[in-house]
Design a protein around this ligand. Structure first.
Ligand code: NAP
Length: 331
């Protein structure tokens, strides 16, 4: 498996398994399948409700001697409702307990903006009108200082950012004592983020593409959980992607993932389906030609291709650290 270097000592497998929206009951089989297929990199977050099931499945495989902790690369994230310096230690403690681990390989600040936390439910606090209770007092650099302390304590091997824009990254980077090594953001053929990737490269930061297949379940999730209507196009059935896949005897998913790893972007496709888990890592035996790459590059819709603008969090765009252009991205 190809790796991307995060520091002289730390590297991350270029393909990992995403776990957002994986049901805990599906995780044991999915993780066993993934380990057998060659995955060693797993992506979770405090608010995905998969840390515990991921930890249980990996603990079992470690006890069975099928894998060692040192061979795994585990990423988790500080939740948006714990996004303040005073909360970093307790949220990482909870994540590590659920993962049954004494360190994570990568700890990310999940969002640049912050919400208040509902202490009883450990959920984001809301106002009476359903809007999010924004925490205007937290700032990313203070949170980062607490993240740095976790590296010094050995509870996070390396630390990074998610969903930050380039100005936010540069500002934090210039003041960080321990530099962020990774940016995790939405990247796929409809939203290619070429300039952001280049800017990260100039800072020596690696980039992980979340939703690399265009997140086909996001539309129904936004509607069902937040009553937030979005019309998100289906990337996996795009005729250009289908045609390239057909010509190579590969699946559209394999072509979309290859498009990203051929640019040294780390991918974390989510699947709990045995066939698709295997397909998504079985992309190392072919290359996309310059002609294929040009056709895929031409699918970029820029800002209009963004799926995750987080506006399903009512009122989020009024937070001073809201990272995206202050306009709706309805396609
Ligand atoms: P995705 O990986 O683009 O797509 C996942 C969806 O595609 C699932 O419904 C999956 O269903 C299906 N699928 C998987 N492989 C397929 C294939 N080869 N062909 C057709 N369908 C396929 O979307 P995502 O889950 O939004 O993103 C991936 C991961 O990124 C997440 O799981 C999470 O770990 C991370 N993420 C991070 C953030 C952030 O804010 N940092 C935001 C979103 C996501 P089956 O399970 O049935 O295969």
């Amino acid at each position: 498996m190809q790796h991307v270097q995060l520091s002289p000592e730390i590297s991350v497998p270029i393909i990992g398994l995403g776990t957002w929206k994986a049901h805990p009951d599906e995780m044991q089989t999915a993780i066993e399948t993934a380990i057998a297929a060659g995955y060693r990199h797993f992506d979770t977050a405090f608010n995905y409700n998969t840390e515990e099931s991921l930890g249980n499945a990996l603990e079992r495989l470690i006890l069975q001697g099928k894998i060692k902790r040192s061979e795994l690369f585990i990423t988790t994230k500080l939740p948006v409702f714990g996004n303040r310096a005073s909360d970093v230690e307790r949220f990482l403690t909870m994540s590590l307990a659920k993962l049954k681990m004494d360190y994570v390989d990568l700890y990310l600040i999940h969002m640049p903006f912050a919400f208040a936390c509902e202490a009883d439910s450990m959920q984001p606090a809301k106002n009476d009108d359903g809007s999010m209770r924004l925490d205007m007092d937290s700032n990313p650099l203070d949170t980062w200082r607490a993240m740095e302390a976790e590296v010094r304590r050995g509870r996070a091997k390396t630390i990074g950012l998610s969903n930050f824009n380039i100005n936010q990254i540069r500002k934090l980077y210039s003041e960080a004592k321990i530099k962020p090594t990774m940016l995790q953001v939405e990247i796929h053929a409809y939203h290619q983020q070429t300039e952001l990737i280049q800017a990260c490269r100039e800072l020596n930061m690696a980039v992980t593409a979340y939703s690399p297949l265009g997140s086909p379940c996001a539309q129904s999730h936004f509607q069902e959980k937040y009553d937030h209507k979005r019309d998100i196009p289906e990337l996996l059935t795009d005729p250009v992607v289908e045609e390239i896949a057909k010509s190579l005897d590969k699946t559209p998913g394999q072509v979309l993932l290859k498009h990203l790893i051929q640019r040294d972007v780390v991918v974390i496709p989510k699947s709990v389906n045995t066939k698709r888990i295997k397909q998504n890592i079985d992309i190392l035996d072919f290359e996309l030609s310059d002609d294929h790459l040009a056709k895929l590059d031409a699918l970029d819709r820029g800002e209009k291709g963004r799926v995750f603008d987080f506006r399903f969090f009512k009122g989020v765009e009024t937070h001073p650290e809201y990272p995206f252009a202050n306009k709706t991205h309805i396609l």
